[in-house]
Write a protein that binds this ligand. Sequence first.
Ligand SMILES: Nc1ncnc2c1ncn2[C@@H]1O[C@H](COP(=O)(O)OP(=O)(O)OP(=O)(O)O)[C@@H](O)[C@H]1O
Ligand code: SF4
Ligand SMILES: [Mg+2]
Length: 330
Amino acid sequence: MTLLSVKNLRAYYQTEVYGISRTVRAVDGVSFELFPNEIYGVAGESSCGKTTLIKVISGNIKHPLKALEGSVNYDFGENRVDMLNVSQDELRRNIRWKEISYVMQGSMSVLNPVRKVIETFRDIVDSHERITDKQKFLEETRAHINRLGLPPDVLNSYPHQLSGGMRQRVAIALATVFKPAMIIADEPTTALDVVVQRGVLQMLKEIQAISNNTILFVTHDMAVHANVADRVMIMYAGRIAEEAPTESIFNAPLHPYTQHLIRSLPMIGEKSTKVSLKGTPPNLANPPSGCRFHPRCPYVMDVCRTEVPNLVTIKDRHRVACHLVKEESV
Ligand SMILES: Nc1ncnc2c1ncn2[C@@H]1O[C@H](COP(=O)(O)OP(=O)(O)OP(=O)(O)O)[C@@H](O)[C@H]1O
Ligand code: SF4
Ligand SMILES: [Mg+2]
């Protein structure tokens, strides 16, 4: 069964300032599938379109962002959702929080600074299932918090009384209160120190083990992907460069950009300095022709400047978009 199927998705920011229109091609022909019970990581440098992709798949498409082409379909068993055509009302009532939870980049925004954490829980639960038995709600919320290893007194705290790591864990606890089939988390551990990061990641893994949901999370930190993800997608300039099970991404990366990301990982005991990639990620209002990585690629060929490489399947669930890599004839 496929939980999410994204086909040829194009989502652009279309702005007009002083009569000058500008189109940022942030997600430009992306296709992938997610399956139940997996942890899927999305990686790539800043501005490559990671947040834009998850805004679209979580149904948060607001001006100036537009989904211009493609499809985003969920299969929740009894409930099927065509995300590019679903009404806001249906999203609010039956899908958000219940089927799909989105922990936003800088997720503290979900916590109301002037309300205690328990009140935020109450607001969210009450807006979906009217709370008639307050005692039962309190007991269930305490049990949920406890299951996720959070101390019960967080419920009576204001967000500013909690550390950044604790706030992030509370945001994840909120996102999982209805046991959604799909949890989408944008940079859940960025800005946290390494020890706190480990706690948050451990919590995500435990949630997945308890509730069997699918987690899609975004981070540019490859070490986090190595520790948490079952499969990884590498994005470059609005497109998929490579996608594979985590082991293949780290042991046998095929795209030159993925190889660069893996080589940049710090190794224990290593003394030499890392070679950084020349140039910067392209401007998506005017991306390079052909392979968008060609101005920075150490293996660039003539064909790379003119022809967009197809995303081809190399072997079991390993896909790559690079002219150096040929499709396996299976
Ligand atoms: N509201 C907006 N209006 C116009 N362009 C935008 C808007 N939001 C993002 N963009 C542009 O879209 C492109 C992709 O941005 P996005 O936020 O999806 O990248 P990202 O991979 O999540 O980056 P980061 O790692 O920094 O969070 C960038 O060029 C960015 O400048
Ligand atoms: S298609 Fe060409 S430029 Fe792009 S990654 Fe492959 S070799 Fe490099
Ligand atoms: Mg982002």
